[in-house]
Structure formats: C-alpha cells, structure tokens
Write a protein that binds this ligand. Structure first.
Ligand code: MSP
Length: 670
C-alpha cells in the first residue's frame, strides 16, 4: 500500500562500498534521493533520508590489503571522501550509517539469531561459483566455460569455485509469498518493466541462499559460531532497519518504518526486490512501499565504474560551477529509469542554454529592471490584463503538473514543465517590452504590473526548483527580497501572487556564468593532474576520522568558500564553553571512545570523545576543557553524544588543551 500524501516519508540510497572513491554514478543515486527528500519536506511530509557506506566483505578486505592497511583504517580513510562529496553536492542525509557501527552489527546479529531460532536459517554445505568483485554467488544455470570456469554474468569477470560449510536462508519457502506480494502491490518495484524482470526471476524458482562465509574474516560474526561471518549482503541490507533506529530508537523506527522508497541502481535490483523482502517477511516486518531501480550513467556506452577504468570524478564537474549545474544536468538529461550517456559537451550545453540563457537571464534582466526603474521596490501595479491573468494561470497549471511529476519521481518531466513556464515568462517579457514602457511616464503602473508578473513567475519557479538546485534557489529567493530559507516554504502555500508589493529586491549577481567548453575541459584536465599529485602526496597523511562520523558530521552548510575562509559570523555560530568532567567510562567494544558526563554550568550532558587511545577515563575526571555546546546531537556507536570536545589529533594520538586556571564550568570561550 502506498502511504497517504502527508504520511512520513523514508527514503534510502544503497550504502556504498568503500573499496573505491565515489564517482558520478554514486553521486547520481544520492542526488536523486536528496532531491526527493527535499521535495517531500516542502510538500509537507516528515522526512528521513538515509545513506551510508558498506564496509565489510571481501572487496573491502582486498582494497585495504592492497594499500597495506587494515580494513577499518581503510574504511575510515575512504568514508571521508563520501562525506565530503555529499557536502560539496549539497546532499543532506538525516543519518549516515556505516556498517561497522556497533549498533548496526548488533542489530544484524539479533535478526540473524531470530531467523536461526525459528528455522528460517539452517547450517549446510555450499558448493558453487562466487564472483568476488560483485560479492555474489552465480546461479546454477550459468554454463561452464571451456576451461571449466564460470563467468559472472553481471561484470563479465571470472568467478571463483568455492566449497564451504555455510548457513542458508530458507529463501525457497518465500517464493509464493513474494509472488503474492508482487501481485497485491504491482508498484512494489518500479519502473514497471523492472517488476516484470523480478517476477519472472522468482517464478523461475528460488533456491535457499548461502548467507555466511568462512573464507571472509572482515564481517559481522555469526552469533555463537564466530568461524562464520555474515554475508556482506545480509549485513548491508539490514542497514535500512538499523539506520532508522531498529532496536535502539523505537520512536523513530515506529514513525518511519516501512520505507517509502529504496532508491537503487538497476544492477542491485534482485537483492532489494527478492532477497530483502524475503528477509523482512521472515522477520515479520512490514515491507517497503517501493523499490525504485534507476538506470546507469554510461561513458562511451560502458557503465561508469572503477573496474571499467572510466570513472568520472564529480569534483571536476563542480569545482568551478558549484553543485547545482551537475544536479540539474543529471536529473534533467535522462528519465530516472533509463540509462544516460555522459558527455562533457552535453553537460556544458545544458549549463549554457538552460541555466545561463533561459533561467539566469530571466532573473538577471527582470531584477535589473526592477532595480533601474523602481530602485528595487515595485510601485503599485495597474490592474491585470488578459495576458497577465494567463501567465498566472499557466503558473498554477505548471505547479500542479510539476508537483505530480515530482510525486511520481519523474524529475526530468517536472523540469520540462518548469522550463516550459520559464519560456512563457521570457516570451511575456519580450511581448510587453518593459524597456519601452519605461520610456513613457504615463505607463509606469503598467510597467510595474509587467515586472511584478515576471518577478512573481520567477518566485514560483524558484520554489519549485529548490529541491533540485537548493543553493541557486536560495540565492534567487534572497535577490527577490524574501527572507528565511526557501526550503521552509510549503508547496501547499505557494501561490503566484504571494510576492509582496513593497519588498525590496536586490541587484542580482551572476547565477550561472556561461562556460566555454574548451576552457572547461582544459581546466578539468589540469585539476585532475593536480588532484592525482595531491593524492600521492597525501597517501600516508590522510588521517582516519578520529571518531566514527555521525549525522552531525554531515553539515548542512553550503560548500566552503574559496581557500576555506569563514566569516566572523560563521565562527560566531559556534557555542564554545568550558566543560567540567564529572564521570568518564570506556564505550564498550570501541577502543577509541570514551563516554563523558560533563557539567556545563547550567546543565549536565553526555558526550562521546575519540580520545581513549591517549587518555584513561580516570585521567579526565575533574579536568576542564572546551566543548562545542551547540552541535546537533549524534549517535556514535549506539551512544548519544550531546556535544564535542576540542583536541589536537595526530594519527591515533590526541592532546586535549586543559584549562590550568580555575574557570567556572559553562564559561563562554570566544
Ligand atoms: N554496497 C552495495 C549496495 C548495498 S545496499 C544494501 C553496492 N555498492 S556500490 O557502491 O557498488 O553501488 C552503489 C550504487 O551506485 C548502486 O545503486 C549502483 O547502481 C550505483 N551506481 C554505481 N555505478 C553507477 C553508474 N555508472 N550509474 C548509475 N549508478 C551506478 O552495490
């Protein structure tokens, strides 16, 4: 059953393997999810958006070994690339889960144990072919090659022959239940074509699934049988439960489960539309409303992936233009279910034609005229004429259609609708030629009307574009003299004539400068070289995150300005206070973490700090140091942290600056 329009909305991305740095294919999934999360919020729904990293398994073990690191240290290093990229792309997940977080591992073990106890999991022997890069067993119907090996049908590489004792999940027992579910909920898998694929796979018969390994050490141990680790996919899929609070935040879990949509790439459809609902049926949990399989981004007709050697670095595409052109391009160019071929020419063409010409020029000339003719504040306009009413009606029709497209995840269609309206406003301006009206003093009220209609149209467009281009939309919002955050607007309240008369509009700064393709490609190549050099230079200096990073680490701030300078106002947002440590204990199972009870003068709080490798708990009790007191609370290894202490961090060592003189707890630090 799909939820009613104002029910909570829970959206997930796949969790990304940390065997590789993120590329444009990963960025695509996260941008779609971020856009839908933003849209649903503006549509009045309470939203939870989950993303994260898949850190166990053979692939990660192998990548770590190749770099001479243990898997955890490797994951700590790579995960930072994902945090940074989401921040740079203005993607704001509500929680970033890592499968190495303790509460996740415990949740996976608990569910495994439950299924074992009830007989849905049993021990046996597996003989078969395994694709290491894809972390997947090949189905029996795949024929042997002449040399006796088998080739993975998904990636075309040689699979390995394996035989081992294993625990099986009784997938065969769920064949009919899955088929019944597909029949009852035909929109469980979307787009529709993918539903057919899934149904025919399940009709073909389901065999029990091997869900543990004895050959892979880097994973969650089977409870009571630690020679076995839980198969990375059984582990990973359960992030959708643990990341929303399963077994640790019943209120949040109760509110958001089941998911509204699991957004995934088409390559991992079977895991999400067959195995995952079977695990959930066995656990007695409600199934997600929908699994949406998007297409791939291809380069020269091949899937963009590390192994294909054609990875496109999203940073190169956003370093000069910011994140919005890329967000716009990826969502506009191709309907979400289909594959798209990435070309720099296509990207720059969209930036110049749609963003710089159509939208950028409309905003710039309208607001420049408001500035020139009315010093930024439009006079009372003349009554509306037919064409003025028409533009308002076109807006309301466009809004209705765009919202419907957004609601059905047809983002490219929503953008087409919005652009058709931008064309209407541009034509309205050309037809009414305000620059001519400005020459006749008697026509000033008409001039005011024409510019009011154009500005009101821009305001409406801006609101509807905010989920896709949040940074640019906020800028235009402020040019229009609106206050507050555009994302706080609700579409239900959005009317054409909400633009208040009397508000002062600003002189616009360029939104989307035109880009020269040759210069862009040359710049991209140059920075790629610099980046490669930088990476080599930093090879041994990139520090692992001192503590597991949490939602608070995914800041909602826009990307930092050039040279990473911040303004005084930004600094002043930090509430730094003197904390007095009352109690300190180790966090169970986390060798770097201490849980501290601190006094902040007017209140006591609990914080988690990654300093256990340098300080024993008793060394900290009675000490005073600085904490950031207004940091959003975060859960670290299942323990809530209500602030963060400041310390110098070098590798595994940390040094906390303590106060030597006696300052009262809670004193502000400036
Ligand atoms: N770790 C698993 C997912 C576990 S979810 C419980 C995984 N990770 S992945 O890093 O390999 O891929 C993550 C997502 O990125 C998948 O949805 C995949 O389809 C998507 N993309 C990877 N390359 C892509 C393109 N070239 N184009 C579009 N998306 C692609 O699978």
């Amino acid at each position: 059953m799909e939820k009613t329009s104002k029910a909570p909305f829970y959206i997930t991305t796949p969790i990304y393997y940390v065997n590789d740095v993120p590329h444009i294919g990963h960025a695509y999934t996260t941008i779609i999810a971020d856009t839908l999360a933003r849209f649903m919020k503006m549509n009045g729904r309470e939203v939870f958006f989950l993303t994260g990293t898949d850190e166990h398994g053979q692939k990660v073990e192998k990548a770590a070994a190749e770099h001479g690191l243990d898997p955890r240290a490797w994951a700590d290093r790579v995960v930072v690339r994902f945090y940074d990229l989401w921040k740079a792309l203005n993607c704001e997940p509500d929680f970033f889960i890592r499968t190495t977080m303790e509460f996740h591992e415990k949740g996976v073990q608990k569910l495994f144990q439950k299924l074992l106890d009830q007989g849905d999991i049993y021990k046996g022997e597996y003989k078969g072919w395994y694709c290491v890069p894809d972390e997947n067993f090949l189905t029996d119907d795949i024929p042997q090659e002449k040399d006796g090996t088998k080739i993975c049908p998904d990636c075309g590489r040689k699979a390995a022959s394996v035989s081992e004792e294993t625990y099986f999940f009784r997938l065969s027992a769920y064949q009919q239940k899955l088929l019944d579910h597909y029949a009852a909920c035909p929109r469980f898998v979307r787009p529709a074509g993918r539903m057919n694929e899934v149904t025919s796979f399940v009709r073909g018969g389901l065999k029990d699934l091997s869900i543990t390994r004895t050959t892979v050490k880097w994973g969650v141990p089977v409870p009571g049988d630690p020679a076995h680790t839980i198969y990375v996919w059984f582990d990973a899929l359960h992030n959708y439960l643990t990341g929303i609070g399963y077994d640790w935040d019943p209120v949040r879990f109760g509110k958001f489960w089941p998911p509204s949509v699991h957004l995934i790439g088409k390559d991992i459809l079977r895991f999400h539309a067959v195995f995952w609902p079977a695990f959930l049926l066995a656990s007695g949990l409600p199934l997600p409303d929908c699994v949406f399989g998007h297409g791939w981004w291809l380069k020269d007709e091949a899937k963009i992936s590390k192994s294909m050697g054609n990875v496109l670095d999203p940073y190169i595409l956003i370093q000069t233009l910011g994140p919005d052109p890329l967000r716009y391009f990826l969502l506009r160019e191709v309907p979400i279910g289909l594959d798209g071929n990435f070309s720099h020419e296509g990207f720059i063409h969209r930036v110049n034609s749609d963003l710089a010409n159509d939208l950028g020029n409309l905003v710039s000339r309208t607001l420049t005229m408001v500035g020139n003719y009315f010093q930024g504040t439009i006079d009372p306009p003349s009554p509306e004429e037919t064409q003025d009413i028409q533009i308002q009606e076109s807006f309301m029709a466009m809004k209705k259609n765009a919202l419907a497209h957004y609601n059905s995840y047809a983002l490219s269609k929503a953008l087409e609708e919005i652009w058709a309206f931008i064309t209407i406003v541009n034509k309205y301006l050309a037809d009414n030629a305000p620059w001519k009206l400005a020459k006749a003093p008697g026509l000033r009220p008409r001039l005011a009307r024409v510019l009011y209609q154009a500005a009101a149209g821009i305001r409406g467009v801006t609101a509807l574009l905010a989920p896709i281009m949040p940074g640019s939309a906020q800028k235009i919002w402020e040019f229009l003299g609106e206050s507050g955050m555009i994302q706080d607007l609700r579409f239900d309240d959005l009317a054409f004539d909400d633009l208040r008369l009397g508000q002062t509009m600003k002189e616009p700064t360029p939104l989307f400068p035109r880009v020269d393709l040759k210069a862009f490609l040359a710049e991209g190549a140059k920075s790629k070289e610099e980046k490669i050099m930088d990476e080599t230079k930093n090879e041994h200096t990139i520090e692992p995150a001192a503590t597991p990073v949490t939602p608070a680490a995914i800041s909602s701030d826009p990307p930092a300005p050039k040279k990473n300078l911040i303004t005084y106002d930004e600094f002043a947002k930090l509430e730094l206070r003197v904390a007095h440590v009352l109690e300190a204990v180790k966090v169970e199972g986390a060798k770097k973490l201490l849980k501290l009870k601190i006094n902040l003068g007017t209140e006591q709080r609990q914080i988690v700090a990654g300093v256990a490798e340098t300080y024993a708990p008793e060394q900290l009790v009675g000490k005073k140091f600085i904490v950031i007191a207004n940091l959003q609370p975060a859960v670290i290894r299942g323990v809530e942290s209500q602030g963060m202490l400041l310390a110098a961090v070098a590798g595994d060592k940390s040094a906390i600056p303590f106060f030597e003189s006696d300052v009262p707890a809670g004193t502000k630090v400036k």
